[in-house]
Design a protein around this ligand. Structure first.
Ligand code: HEC
Length: 115
């Protein structure tokens, strides 16, 4: 699935993207399923390894699992507002959120502070 950034930013097209991707996503409780779901639903903006490719999206790899879970639930409920994330998060079950939080928090990153 190849999309340009400008297409991704259009909410109506985003809805179509999410709906199409959901059908492909495997909603099972294991790492392989979480990876497949991340590839289908998240990587166009958050990158293949959780390093964002869309300006304005966040890096997710190496983030605390608890934090990821809390933010995804907040986007789903609408208590945290973002046009794109609210649309994506509405499609996620509690199990999806758990798996995705586990997936991105388990991606190892290295950090180097400026000298
Ligand atoms: C269409 C682009 C797009 C897609 C697809 C997308 N995101 Fe995002 N995501 C964003 C943007 C933009 C932000 C920053 C929103 C904000 O400012 O609150 C964000 C923020 C987040 C945050 C909050 C990060 C933080 O540091 O607070 C999480 C967690 C997140 N996304 C997870 C996901 C997951 C998991 C998926 C797949 C199920 C996903 N996103 C799909 C664009 C996207």
């Amino acid at each position: 699935m190849l999309l340009t950034k400008s297409k991704l930013l259009a909410p109506s097209l985003l809805l179509a993207v999410v709906a199409g991707s959901l059908a492909e996503a495997v909603l099972a409780g294991d790492a392989a399923a979480a990876r497949a779901q991340a590839q289908a639903l998240c990587q166009n903006c958050h990158g293949e390894n959780g390093i964002a490719v869309l300006p304005g999206a966040a890096n997710l790899s190496g983030q605390q699992k608890e934090y990821l879970r809390t933010q995804l639930r907040a986007y789903r409920s609408g208590s945290r507002r973002d046009e794109q994330m609210n649309v994506v998060a509405k499609t996620l079950t509690d199990a999806d959120i758990e798996n995705l939080a586990e997936w991105y928090s388990s991606i190892k990153i290295t950090v180097e502070t400026p000298k």
